[in-house]
Design a protein around this ligand. Structure first.
Ligand SMILES: [Zn+2]
Length: 444
């Protein structure tokens, strides 16, 4: 413990000297703005992430936040990234908030990136893992009420980040952090991605650290109890903000769908992993980083990902009597649609986004859903190691997104998780190549 405190102390000096060195660099024409708004439910509503919970939250370890950063290049092109201490990003919320952001700030869909930490100690949401929980009607009403309040808070976060735009210096680099393990059996033997991509924003004269964006590919599942908490990512953001007063630190999940923080289930472990990750970020910003110069480009596309099969009405009638709560709920929901004359869709509109930061800079790929690590490893290889970032859990979290390997192997990430996500079946083979191909097209 003492050693890590000493390390933090030394690092803070290194940070300051690196920052003042970079103050000598020329103007870039960039502007940046930040905001941070509390989104902790004000009432004790249910929590999301684990289907076995039986009642609402009982308190908090720390607050949950919606953080946003607006980045604007010299030509005036503006993009906004939102980082949420939530289990998922409901599509309905993204649509509503995007509409408001377009009306107020002329932000196109491609200019908005909605990320979440996938904390399993955040609130239940409307339209994201909605039916995983065994809630009564009264509990539902509270969740829907919270969702409305949350929509407004996320919109406020975007507005505040745009209002905060001021000249800035932006730089990127990548660090490492080692606590994520591949959780698919045999545990600890599968592929991992320990990179920590970091974007650093300094004041125009380079003297002040204003903001940090950083990512890591690992589930935020150290904790699974009844207290609001951002898990390791929540701690990491708060450590960075405490250590650098006036700075906003935004976390995004990488392709960590098959990665767990191990060991886990103790608050001290979540704190420890958060501190490790914050230290990795501090090491990056204390070393030489690549200044972002040139413009930001943004692209967004939805592709229709196919399911492998759609259940017949007869099959749904049978499964609606199942003793398995998840199977039964899914079949009942689908039956309701089918009987209302709405056939089940054989596809899902899957969001893919690419931002290019500056000339020859970072290609930032953003994928929806719980994406397994194979995607980030492949994309880094194909688009360039050291300058490719891959964010998962963004813009819509509708299901797990297995690679072809994981889909073939099956198991939770490849198959059975589709039940808790209330999707009709596993994905049809071929999804990995379709997603990667689209990323290449958008990154061109
Ligand atoms: Zn998950």
């Amino acid at each position: 413990m003492k050693n890590s405190l000493l390390r933090l102390f030394v690092l803070s000096f290194l940070c300051l000297s690196a920052i003042s060195t970079q103050a000598a660099e020329g103007q870039t024409g960039w502007k940046a703005g930040f905001s941070r708004i509390v989104i902790t439910p004000e009432k004790p509503i249910w929590m999301s992430g684990y289907g076995g919970r039986t009642h609402a939250a009982e308190g908090k370890i720390h607050d949950l936040f919606a953080r946003a950063t607006a980045l604007q290049d010299a030509s005036g092109h503006r993009v906004v990234m939102v980082a949420l201490d939530l289990v998922g990003v409901p599509k309905g919320m993204v649509d509503r908030v995007s509409t408001a952001a377009k009306a107020k700030h002329k932000l196109e869909r491609a200019d908005l990136m909605f990320c979440c930490s996938h904390t399993h100690c955040g609130p239940a949401l409307d339209q994201s893992l909605t039916h995983m929980l065994d809630m009564k009607e009264e509990d539902w009403k509270q969740v829907i009420e919270y969702q409305k309040w949350l929509d407004a808070r996320v919109t406020d976060a975007i507005n505040a980040a745009v209002a905060d735009l001021q000249p800035a210096r932006i730089a990127t680099s990548i660090g490492k952090c080692g606590f994520a393990s591949n959780r698919r059996p045999p545990i600890g033997t599968g592929p991992i991605d320990h990179e920590v991509p970091v974007l650093r924003v300094l004041s125009e004269d380079g003297s002040k650290l204003r903001g940090l964006v950083f990512g890591y590919a690992c589930h935020n599942t150290v904790l699974g109890f009844y207290q609001w908490c951002g898990d390791y990512a929540g701690f990491a953001q708060l450590y960075l903000e405490e250590r650098h007063p006036g700075t906003t630190a935004l976390f995004f999940s990488g392709c960590g769908a098959d990665q767990n923080p191990l060991p886990r289930r103790k608050v001290e472990l979540a704190e420890q992993y958060g501190r490790m990750l914050a230290l990795s970020v501090d090491e990056v910003i204390a070393s030489e980083m690549s200044p972002v110069s040139g413009a930001v480009q943004s692209r967004f596309r939805e592709i229709d990902l196919e399911f492998s099969s759609i259940p017949s009405r007869e099959e749904l009638v049978q499964t609606a009597k199942s003793s398995d709560r998840f199977q039964r709920t899914r079949a009942q929901l689908f039956l309701k649609d089918v009987e209302a004359g709405k056939p089940l869709s054989p596809t899902y509109a899957y969001p893919i986004q690419v931002w290019k930061l500056g000339t020859g800079g970072v290609t930032w790929v953003t994928l929806g859903g719980e994406v397994v690590v194979d995607y980030s490893l492949r994309l880094k290889k194909e688009l360039g190691a050291g300058k490719t970032w891959v964010t998962g859990y963004a813009n819509d979290v509708m299901a797990y997104i297995p690679s072809e390997r994981v889909l073939t192997e099956g198991g939770y990430e490849g198959d059975s998780s589709m039940i808790v996500y209330m999707q009709p079946s596993k994905w049809k083979a071929g999804l990995e190549d379709r997603i990667i191909q689209t990323v290449h097209e958008l990154a061109k």
